[in-house]
Design a protein. Structure first.
Length: 319
């Protein structure tokens, strides 16, 4: 599969913060239509700490994978895991002082290659695969966050998610000196059409945006990519957090022999929030029609205890 991109667009905004803890690969303004690897990281850990973590991971993984891919090495999950381990090693090196307040970062990565596209993420920065021609979200990465865990466990409604006071608690992050290094969720797709849009973004982009907003924006056939990017900047201008993104518009896709043998798990992956939402709706529908269940039942004491336990468990991983 040969995939041609329109010129990639990016932005990297401060919001109301005093320092920039988001990092991009390629750096903002440096990507071209020939670029095949894109990374957005959102750092955490306070002044300078988050900036060091995000820049370390983005740069280390970017250089490692680009060197391999340019040398003709096929992008595999094993190669991606090698890059992750190299990034973790670099974080360890940068944190030799053993700072009590650990730095850390999220990760989102999209790579285009002969086998289609590979997407990987850790944390609550997101990856979207949009099909504006059909007004559909094909893929939305599942946030590794406390609020998402509670929502999928049925403890919070969609409305409660938006106002949950601990939305900034994440359950997976890249940090130095960890006994068990969190793994990335890796998803593959060959279902790529001209006109599709892949978007990688830090969570600051999504403070006031919904999936419907994104579909509406990218489905506007009268606007150029540049205008859409500027419109997205306008919509996020008042956001408090750093907010950064890469917008990747597919120009052309050429099928090749062997494409059918490439991994293609996007539409069924449990890392795809669109899949999880469908499963949740089915479970809720079954619960409401079952004579043995009361749809208005409040969460049990056990569920409330689980919520409290999760909150305590992840209290230290706060952005």
């Amino acid at each position: 599969m040969k995939i041609q991109l329109f010129p990639p667009l990016s932005f990297q905004e401060m919001g109301h913060r005093s320092n920039q803890e988001d990092a991009l690969w390629p750096a903002h303004g440096m990507a071209s239509s020939n670029s095949r690897l894109f990374i957005v990281c959102d750092g955490m850990g306070g002044h300078e700490h988050g900036e060091v973590a995000s820049q370390t991971v983005a740069t280390t993984m970017g250089r490692f994978l680009e060197e391999k891919m340019e040398a003709g090495v096929t992008l595999s999950d094993d190669l991606l895991r090698e890059a992750l381990n190299e990034a973790y090693n670099q974080l360890d090196e940068k944190d030799q002082q053993g700072d009590v307040r650990k730095m850390g970062t999220t990760l989102t990565l999209v790579a285009f290659h002969q086998g289609g596209a590979t997407m990987a993420h850790i944390g609550d920065s997101r990856i979207y695969h949009l099909r504006p021609s059909q007004r559909r979200v094909l893929y939305q990465s599942r946030d590794h966050s406390l609020v998402m865990d509670l929502y999928l466990a049925g403890e919070l409604t969609r409305e409660e998610v938006d106002s949950y006071e601990r939305k900034n608690v994440i359950t997976r992050a890249m940090q130095p000196h960890l006994e068990r290094r969190p793994k990335a969720d890796i998803v593959h797709t060959t279902d790529i059409l001209p006109g599709d849009v892949f978007m990688l973004c830090s969570d600051g982009v999504l403070e006031q945006l919904t999936n419907d907003d994104l579909i509406r924006l990218f489905s506007d056939e009268k606007s150029s990519d540049g205008k859409k990017c500027r419109r997205l900047l306008e919509l996020t201008a008042d956001n408090a957090d750093n907010h950064s993104a890469y917008l990747l518009h597919i120009a052309e896709v050429q099928q090749e022999p062997g494409d059918n043998d490439a991994p293609n798990d996007e539409s069924r992956s449990r890392s795809n929030m669109m899949v999880l939402e469908q499963q949740l709706l089915k479970e809720q529908s079954t619960s409401q029609t079952s004579p043995t269940r009361n749809p208005s039942r409040k969460p049990s004491t056990a569920s409330s205890t689980a919520s409290s336990w999760l909150s305590r468990m992840w209290a230290k991983i706060v952005k």
